[in-house]
Design a protein around this ligand. Sequence first.
Ligand SMILES: Cc1cc2nc3c(=O)[nH]c(=O)nc-3n(C[C@H](O)[C@H](O)[C@H](O)COP(=O)(O)OP(=O)(O)OC[C@H]3O[C@@H](n4cnc5c(N)ncnc54)[C@H](O)[C@@H]3O)c2cc1C
Length: 304
Amino acid sequence: MFDTIIIGAGPAGMTAAIYACRRMMKVLVISKNIGGQVIWASDIKNYPGMEFVRGVDLISKMSQQMKDLGVDLKTDQVKKISKNHDGSFLVEAGKDSYLAKTIIIAIGLEPKQLKIDRENELTGKGISYCANCDGPLFKGKSVAVVGGGNAALDAVEVMSKIAGKVYLIYRKPQLKAFGSLILAVESKSNVEIILNSEISEIIGREKLEKVKIINNVSQISRKLDIAGLFVEIGHEPKTGAVADLVKTDTLGQVVVDLSGKTSCDGIFAAGDVTQSEFKQIVIGCGQGAIAALSAYKYIQLKNS
Ligand SMILES: Cc1cc2nc3c(=O)[nH]c(=O)nc-3n(C[C@H](O)[C@H](O)[C@H](O)COP(=O)(O)OP(=O)(O)OC[C@H]3O[C@@H](n4cnc5c(N)ncnc54)[C@H](O)[C@@H]3O)c2cc1C
């Protein structure tokens, strides 16, 4: 029986683990990966005390601190959480299941998908959700980026230095990124911006070969020969594993109060998965600390 099981090892989950361990709680962290979205953040310039830090370096420092404190860590995906009659929780991940007195949900956000046929099948075979991670695989090749916000334009900027040709496909008539970023992308000779257009078909046998795009004004379609497709259309919470237990808002975000409590006694949540308006590393860390201290207090009160 763990005092707390923390689901997710992004900044919120890792901070919660550090705080819980320092309260001598028996802690298990279960996460699909270590670092969460910070893996994709190349340059971080707003983490207090560090003028500049690379995402991977910040993750490695946080995870080292967590491991040094003795946190038990399992790399797995939590599929289901249920509440037992005695108030404890059963967490199912892979083939294993674990018991805990409290749960901290810190599962963050996942990239939104296009939801087009063959997308899942060709993910990792040409389709990617992270230009910073997978970009170097497409040196000198033709690629496309989908999206019109800062993340999409960032991806185009990165890829314009690696790929031979970069198409930017956006469904609206105007990009919605920072002006400076738009100017930077427009000045690249190997970038073609295709507005008012959406991908209607993903084509390729073993790996991505082409996409068919359709102009939603003229209805004219065109095929692009590409080896890589970067989907940069935002992020969303994937709260399926806990949806039956805790209240979520219309966006699927977990509703918490100021102490990180959810609608279910004994379950706390922190970071981007909550309904907090601003999604940032330092905010996730703060909420992780609050959730851990609240879980500690919950156990103390139950024992008293
Ligand atoms: C490209 C990019 C750049 C950014 N740059 C900055 C920046 O410069 N400064 C800043 O402050 N913020 C930045 N952010 C935002 C910041 O990364 C997030 O606010 C922060 O990572 C949120 O932390 P989190 O722990 O709540 O969630 P996440 O970082 O999303 O971590 C969630 C973790 O939960 C795991 N998980 C999810 N579901 C399950 C499950 N069912 N079972 C087990 N594990 C699961 C995931 O694998 C992941 O490890 C950036 C984000 C992106 C995408």
